[in-house]
Every structure is written in structure tokens, then in C-alpha cells.
Design a protein around this ligand. Structure first.
Ligand code: ATP
Length: 301
């Protein structure tokens, strides 16, 4: 019987591998198709990086935005409207699937809305040359990776030629100067998986610093969902508040400390904006927000 089972296993295993290989090939082909679609766009639709897209903080606005990811997919945004003035901290909150990440995807024009208008600095995102738009929007992903290399390389690889004084200013703004002082070779210390491991809080601040060195006019931050110790939690809150003094910050917030210090909170639910207000106002006025505050936000440990 054992021999028979072994025989069966040898017979079936390659089929599994074939199926797996086929799925990978399909994924690969889908990626190639998407690249082709982009390549096929006329150059004027992609545009080229023009002269400096400016450095002043930019406002962001959504007016009656309706969007679905595909013809046969359900509507994700159903008439979303909100206005974010230049500077300040705006937190996007809402249950999973409410459409928060889609706000970022539409702003960066990874997708185009079916109707309504999205503007950055008063200009329709469809009218921005894409490289300019992407340069204006600094995106910090959730749990952004630290790459193998020195801390300096991790910070400046996307901002070649940045002045040393600017690196120092951003290190201080993101409260990373303490870390640099502690590292054996300062900024030239190897970090990442072959070097010194950074904590979750430090990694998120390195990612913020990396984005800031590119001088974004709007910072899009998908806050890390990992627990931080009390000190790192406080530092992150201070850094986000400090950055919001010099640029427009839009954060998909997972932390109570972030929403309590936000200038405005946009509460999303089921593809719409349910309410906009401060933490205090929403606690008084919005049931869903009260529930989110009680159950969903990460509290300092
Ligand atoms: P979470 O907090 O879980 O990240 P979210 O509020 O950011 O949720 P979105 O990621 O914007 O929500 O997703 C909104 C809806 O759109 C969900 O129903 C999701 O399944 C769907 N969706 C998101 N991305 C895609 C995609 N690339 N293709 C198809 N549907 C998508």
C-alpha cells in the first residue's frame, strides 16, 4: 500500500507543479499585458517630467467621484467628495474595504474615475503630466522595507544629489538623528537584513524621511499596522504632526494617536464619505467613528 501511495504521489506531484507553473505564467502574462497597455498610451497621455513642479504644499480635492475597478465589478467610490487645504494632517479612517486605499490609487492615477473630479493643487489629476504628479505626491507604504545597504543609501537613493544639510534637517525632523548617533558608523552603517536590524518604528520613520527628501507637496502615508512601543508611538505622532506643518499629509490611519492629533478626519464607509470632523466632534456625532475608535485603532502598548 505504501509503495502504491508513493507511486500515486510521484504521479500527482508534477501535475501540481505544472498547475502552479501555469498560474505563475498567467500572472506574468497579465503583468506584460498591463505594461503593454501603458506602452500603448500616446506619449502626451503619460507626459514627461516638466520643469520643477513646485515645492509649496498642495491642496487635494475629490468632487462627486464615482469609481469601480472594472465594468463587471461593484462600485468602490460612490460620489466621494472632500476638500483638503494645503498643509495639515488629514486622517482617512473606515472599516476594511471602505475605499481608503482607493483614494490614494486614484490620486496617483493608477486608475481613472468613471465620473467626478480629483484635483491636486487645483489642477485635475488627468491634466498633470504623470511624472510631475508622481513627483508631487510622496507615498509611504505600509511596513515599507529597509533595503540592504547603508542607512544613507536607504534614504537618498530616490533623491540623488540631495544636499547634506537637507539630509540632516530631515533626519532631525523624523527624529532619526538619535538613531544615527547610536549606530557604529552613523549614516554609513549597513542596515537591512545583512546589517543592523531597525525596529518597526524606525523603519516607518526611515520610509517617511526617504519620501521627504524628494520634497513632496502632498505626503500620502499608509500607516504601519504593527504595534509600536510607547516611545516609538510618541515619536511617530510627533513626526507626522511636524511634517504636516510643512506639507499636506494624508494618512490612512490605524493609530488612535494619529487620529487624535489630526486636523480633520474623513470617515469612509461602503464607498462613500460618511462624516468629516475632528476626533472630538466625531466622537460626539458619529456612531461608526465611536465604534472604530473603541475597537479598530491601535493603542500604544
Ligand atoms: P483596507 O483597510 O482593508 O485596506 P480600504 O478601505 O483601503 O480597505 P480599498 O482597498 O480601497 O479599501 O478597497 C475598496 C474595495 O475595492 C474593496 O471591496 C476591495 O476588494 C476592492 N478593490 C481594491 N483594490 C482592487 C483591485 N485592484 N481590483 C479590484 N478590486 C479592488
Amino acid at each position: 500500500l505504501v509503495a502504491f501511495l508513493l507511486y500515486l504521489f510521484y504521479l500527482v506531484a508534477p501535475v501540481g507543479q505544472l498547475v502552479q507553473g501555469f498560474t505563475q505564467m498567467q500572472n506574468g502574462l497579465a503583468a506584460v499585458r498591463r505594461i503593454r497597455e501603458i506602452e500603448d498610451l500616446p506619449t502626451e497621455e503619460i507626459g514627461t517630467l516638466t520643469d520643477a513642479p513646485g515645492t509649496a504644499p498642495a491642496g487635494v480635492s475629490f468632487q462627486d467621484v464615482v469609481f469601480r475597478y472594472g465594468e463587471d465589478r461593484p462600485v468602490v467610490h460612490d460620489g466621494v467628495s472632500f476638500d483638503i487645504p494645503p498643509r495639515g494632517l488629514t486622517a482617512l479612517v473606515g472599516p476594511s474595504g471602505a475605499g481608503k486605499s482607493t483614494v490614494f490609487a486614484l490620486l496617483e492615477r493608477f486608475y481613472e474615475q468613471q465620473s467626478g473630479t480629483i484635483t491636486v493643487d487645483g489642477r485635475d489629476v488627468r491634466d498633470w503630466p504623470l511624472p510631475d504628479l508622481r513627483a508631487v505626491l510622496g507615498y509611504v507604504e505600509q511596513d515599507a522595507p529597509v533595503l540592504d545597504g547603508t542607512l544613507r543609501e536607504n534614504l537618498v537613493f530616490a533623491a540623488p544629489g540631495v544636499e547634506e544639510t537637507e539630509v540632516r534637517r530631515v533626519l532631525s525632523l523624523t527624529r532619526l538623528d538619535d538613531l544615527v548617533a547610536r549606530l557604529p558608523e552613523g549614516l554609513e552603517t549597513e542596515v537591512g537584513h545583512r546589517g543592523i536590524m531597525l525596529s518597526g518604528g524606525e523603519r516607518q520613520r526611515v520610509a517617511i524621511a526617504r519620501a521627504l527628501l524628494r520634497k513632496p507637496r502632498v505626503l500620502l502615508l499608509d500607516e504601519a499596522t504593527s504595534q509600536l512601543d510607547a516611545v516609538n508611538e510618541m515619536r511617530l505622532r510627533e513626526v507626522v504632526a511636524e511634517v504636516a506643518k510643512e506639507t499636506t499629509v494624508l494618512v490612512i490611519a490605524h493609530r488612535l494617536s494619529t487620529v487624535t492629533s489630526a486636523d480633520r478626519i474623513v470617515v469612509m464607509e461602503g464607498g462613500g464619505v460618511r462624516a468629516v470632523g475632528t476626533h472630538g466632534e466625531l466622537l460626539d456625532e458619529d456612531d461608526l467613528y465611536r465604534e472604530l475608535a473603541a475597537t479598530q485603532f491601535l493603542l500604544p502598548t
